[in-house]
Structure formats: C-alpha cells, structure tokens
Design a protein around this ligand. Sequence first.
Ligand SMILES: Cc1ncc(COP(=O)(O)O)c(C=O)c1O
Length: 420
Amino acid sequence: MTEAARTAHDPAEQPALHTVGRDLFSKFDPLIAERQALLDTGVRDPFAIVMDEVHSPVLATIQGRETILLGTYNYMGMTFDPDVIEAGKRALDAFGSGTTGSRVLNGTYQGHKEVEEALRAFYGTRHAMVFSTGYQANLGLMSTIAGKEDYIILDADSHASIYDGCALGNAQIVRFRHNSADDLDKRLGRLPAEGGRLVVLEGVYSMLGDIAPLKEMVAVARKHGAMIVVDEAHGMGFFGPNGRGVFEEAGVEDQVDFVVGTFSKSVGTVGGFVVSNHPKFEVLRLVCRPYVFTASLPPSVVATAATSIRKLMHAGNKRAHLWENSRRLHQGLRDLGFTLATREAESAIIAVLLPDQQSTVLMWQALLEQGVYVNMARPPATPAGMYLLRCSLCAEHTAGQVETILERFAAAGRATGCIG
Ligand SMILES: Cc1ncc(COP(=O)(O)O)c(C=O)c1O
C-alpha cells in the first residue's frame, strides 16, 4: 500500500465529514475521554485483545505469550472436538460457505433441519427454532409474542438481548428485583387482569455467575397465570442430569413455556435457539422478524452445532470435571483474599469484584502478563455499578492448570496491591 493509500485508510487522519450542525457522535465524548484517560496511564485496552493463535479451548497465544484462557464461556470445550471439526469440514465441502438467504426463502438446508432435530432430542421438546445468534433469539421471542396489550416482567439484571427484545416490541415492561420471588409476586399482583403476561428468567446470570431460584420463581409466575421463558445461555451443557440447564436441575421442565439458548457457549460455535412444546409455536417462523429478515447460519456452523449438541447429551464426565474446576477456583481465590460475587461456586462463572476501574484494569493486565486471560466487565454491563473480572472455567482445564491460574492470580494480586 502506498503512503497516500495508507493515510486514506487511517481514520485518525480523516477529518469528520460532518462539520456543520450537531455531530451525532458528540454524545459519546465523555466515554471517549474516559477511555483515553485510562489508556494514557499506559494500560492495555481490555476491550481490544487479539488472539493471534488459538491452540485449544483453553490455550492461545496473545502478543507472543502462551496464555491460559479463563474468559471464553467455552464451558464444555467443544470448539476443538475432532468430531465437531470434521462435521464442519464435511458440510463446508458439501454445501459451500454460506446460504445467502433467510430461513423462510433459500436459507433452510438439510443441516438446519438436523440441528433443530438435535435440539428437540436434547431438550425433549416438540419444537425447536434456530436463529443466527442467541441475541436474535431473544430479540425475536420477546418482540413477537408479547403485543401492546401484554406485559413482559423481567429480572432487573436481564441480559442486554432481553432488554433489546423488549425495546423492539410493543409490550409494557415491568422489572422486578434480581432473583426476588417476593418482588416478582408483588409486581405480578399489581398488574390489571386483562393482557397477557410473559415472565423472563435466566438460569445463570452471567455477570456474577449466580443462579436463579427457578423453583420459587416459576411457581410464582404460574400462580399469576403468566407464560414463562428461561434463558439458559450459561446453563446449557452444565446443569441438570441431561445438561439442559438450571430449569432441568430445578425440576420445572414441564412448567416452562420456552427455553432460549445459544450455540456460542457450551455448544462451541455460533447461533441461537428457542425450544418449546407450545402447540402453535411453528407460526413464529412466519411472524418473527429477527428470524425472517436475516440470513441463516452457514452450513458448516449448523453441522458443528448438531454434532456438538448430540455429544453434549452424553457428557456427564465433562460436567463433573467442570464442577470440580469451578469449586476449586472459587475456593482458591477466596483463600487468597479476593472478594467474589457468590459465597460458593454456583456455576462455571466466578466473578472477582474490585473497587474501581483503575484497579480492575491493572489486575486484568497483570494477569495477562502472567499468561491468564479473563474478561473485564464494567458498568453499564454490570449490575449496581460493579467492576469485575469474570472467570469462566472449561471442562478442558486440567486440575494442574487451575492451580497455575491460582498461582498467577496470587502473583498479579500482590503486584497490584489487590490482595495483601
Ligand atoms: C444470557 C444471555 N442470553 C443471550 C446471549 C446472546 O447469545 P449470543 O452470543 O448467541 O448472541 C448471551 C450472550 O452473552 C447471554 O449471556
């Protein structure tokens, strides 16, 4: 590339085109300034990490250093499963790189039917509908089934895709206090008798790694005649005798109307879904805009997902090892003196709470320099203005790697003054 061409592609060298009137980007000025102030202190940008090479579900090279991955949500380590990879390669050869079409036009291939069949088998439901992401599954379900006469009652700590699904639709939104069955009861009790009700719950809340008391919540929702959706994005693969999620473990499978999930965590690829036994469920394929007005998943992706889901049906040993890893990391971090979001390991997410942005970024960077990658999370993504480092364990982490992670946390914590 010539120097002129390089300059032409460098955004820093480009004057803003919009010089008259209000620049619509000016509302982001405080965020840009805050981010710049942070980077000026010399820390690396926690939201701009590049994985130069990925060797396995738990190891990557980041800036020349071999790094243990502890922030990927790749709970069951399926991304490098040989059968999964083989299925993807075969589908790529047989069906090409993409469908270039919507599910309701030219974008349903045999593989899309197969992955929906795998989901029906996994969940034991009559219906399964695959979306291009879990985000779109929530967007689609919330915005389509609850109309303007209806109410969506959701946990205050719900995932952004649930909130965005509500924003896309016309229903009235009522929030209840995180994981509070009493507050849910109170808010449902105040609603007018007319109008449908949809209660939205998550099995595992991904910021703090805490699980919902689904038995109580579902009983309350049922008492008030509400339909129920549970998002099991972080519960699938890990909870319940068949790995269906927290709702299976809680024994409320027959009382939940819809389960939303994603392929981007335990399944190890990309995509989203809703499963249900509702007799009219299939009509959603015609009326759900985030399903209709977007291209379907590539054939290689649905082939990897179907293979992975079928293997997850027999992954009891992996689940047991993931629990061991999660409990060991939680206990080890607590013993080192870190403040954790939950009293014990409730899921494969262990959230380390830190007092402010500066110490969180310093700790995050110190860990990276030690060769451990974790997710950093900050407001507004986190509840109650919290700063935290989210660790997510994988069934492929060895017991030895968990001990190494703990040693590196100890070193990073002491170097940054986060622990004594
Ligand atoms: C609870 C929850 N629901 C839905 C999603 C969206 O999943 P996807 O990555 O497939 O868009 C996520 C992803 O982080 C999530 O945590």
